[in-house]
Ligand binder design. Structure first.
Ligand code: UDX
Length: 456
């Protein structure tokens, strides 16, 4: 199929490259000339494992363009994956989605059937609004009766750092459409994924036991809600285990054991029960806020979603308070923080719990040193104006420090020589904010070890 993808962020670029790899002729559009220049050289503007390799494997099927109107001329399917930043009241701003839809409707050839699928996470009801925008433009062009654009909702569930995996091996593909033709077009678009009739990229083997993903066909409004409800549920699962972790510390239980025991119940499931600093990133914070804004608009309250956000922000403070207790205050103390990305596998620091911990520590007078394997540049920008020292080497970072906080569980940190680290610390206090290390091993290596939900 001829496919145009609008927006080359995580979602747009991953989807575009994957669809091109699967044999579609894909044009990815982005307005940012700097991004476009990178993309045309085969470089990805986002750090995502395997993405550049996939772009190269996609070869000539993957093209880039600057202007929507030209790129959509021959498109059968147009995927909109532009950003929906949060407004000051938490509501997701759909102006870029609507602007893209308008330009699509202005550029499409007349007399054809096209499908415009909204992949961006948009407030419930956006699909209907986008349909109206499109219809108005077509009428103004005088082609309203000859050209059909089916507007469908096709929410995306990909996770940063695992974006390619989520695209080739999804749990489900959700399509919300008013007309069955819209579902049919997306079924054709994703056919090879739905039937798994492709040769996996060499670096992305099909997981053992992976079964064919269902296509969930529903109405557009429910599809939009599926996305928000899924993210809010995952966020609250994490907040729940963090709340339990707090009590585990008081009563002397180990939250990792509790989560293991809970997760074996298939009604609960083992995923997203890792206690730690809490959730961050571009989705959970924004989507839970958007859900609350939507509720408020309808004079409705969502106490569970609100509580999950509260628990999440409290978690950052609890961690700092734990340090304060152990060190008898953090003012003037030298504290190292390992990991700045909001999770491993990405250079994304948006709403990163690690950065919040750094900010709180600095606010309370600590001298903070930081390290991250890939997110240093983004963190430098995010922490601008704050007195923080950036270190390229974790061993240099700990030298003479009085406490170390493990804030993002990069796998490379697991291979650090704990005894060597402890040896150069002024006081070897380790606050393992992601329960990455084995407490006994850390203690044997000379640390005063504190995890999350594991230590009274
Ligand atoms: C999330 C959703 O998982 C994905 O389906 C959606 O499309 C976008 O939002 P992402 O933000 O990339 O994806 O990251 P995810 O892996 O879900 O982690 C989100 C945050 O939760 C991270 O800060 C992570 O550290 C934290 N987390 C995750 C925990 O604290 N504990 C867990 O058990 C799992």
């Amino acid at each position: 199929m001829n496919v145009t993808v609008i927006g080359t962020g995580y979602v747009g670029l991953t989807t575009g490259a994957a669809l091109a790899y699967l044999g579609h002729r894909v044009t990815c559009v982005d307005k940012d000339p700097a991004k476009l220049e990178l993309l045309c050289r085969g470089k990805s503007p986002v750090h995502e494992q395997g993405l550049e390799e996939l772009m190269s494997l996609a070869g000539r099927n993957l093209n880039f363009a600057h202007r929507i109107q030209e790129a959509v001329k021959d498109a059968e399917v147009i995927l909109v994956a532009v950003g929906t930043p949060a407004k000051s009241n938490g509501e997701a701003d759909t102006q870029y989605v609507e602007a893209a839809a308008r330009e699509v409707a202005e550029g499409l050839k007349k007399g054809r059937l096209h499908c415009l699928a909204v992949k961006s996470t948009v407030p419930v009801g956006t699909n209907r609004r986008v349909s109206q925008v499109v219809r108005r433009v077509l009428e103004a062009r005088g082609v309203g009766d000859k050209t059909t654009i089916l507007v469908v909702s096709n929410p995306e569930f990909l996770r940063e750092g695992r974006a390619l995996h989520c695209t080739f091996y999804p749990d489900r593909i959700v399509v919300g459409a008013e007309q069955p033709e819209g579902v049919d077009m997306l079924r054709r678009l994703y056919q090879r994924i739905l039937e798994q009739t492709f040769d996996p990229p060499p670096f992305l083997p099909r997981p053992e036991g992976y079964s064919l993903p269902p296509l969930v066909s529903t109405d557009p409004t429910s599809a939009e809600m599926i996305k928000y409800a899924s993210n809010a549920f995952l966020a609250l699962k994490i907040s729940f285990i963090n709340e339990i972790a707090g009590l585990c510390e008081k009563v002397g239980a180990d939250v990792t054991e509790v989560a293991r025991g809970m997760g074996l119940d298939p009604r609960i499931g083992s995923g997203f029960l890792a206690a730690g600093l809490g959730w961050g990133g571009s989705c959970f914070p924004k989507d839970t806020a958007a859900l609350l804004a939507m509720a408020e608009e309808h004079a409705y309250t969502m106490p569970i979603v609100s509580a999950s956000r509260e628990v999440n922000s409290r978690q950052r403070y609890r961690i700092v308070e734990k340090l304060q207790e152990t060190l008898k205050g953090v003012r003037g103390r030298v504290i190292g923080v390992l990991g700045l990305a909001f999770k491993p596998g990405t250079d994304d620091v948006r709403e990163s719990p690690a950065l919040d911990v750094v900010r709180i520590l600095v606010e309370r007078g600590a001298h903070v040193r930081v390290h991250d394997p890939v997110a240093m540049d983004n963190a430098r920008r995010a922490l601008e104006g704050l007195e923080v020292e950036f270190f390229r080497d974790p061993y240099a970072l700990v030298s003479g420090a009085e406490a170390l906080v493990l804030a993002t569980e990069w796998p490379e940190y697991r291979h650090l020589d704990l005894a060597r680290l402890a040896g150069t610390m002024c006081t070897p206090v380790l606050l393992d904010g992601r329960n990455l290390f084995d407490p006994e091993e850390a203690r044997r290596a000379g640390w005063t070890y504190m995890g999350i939900g594991r230590w009274a």
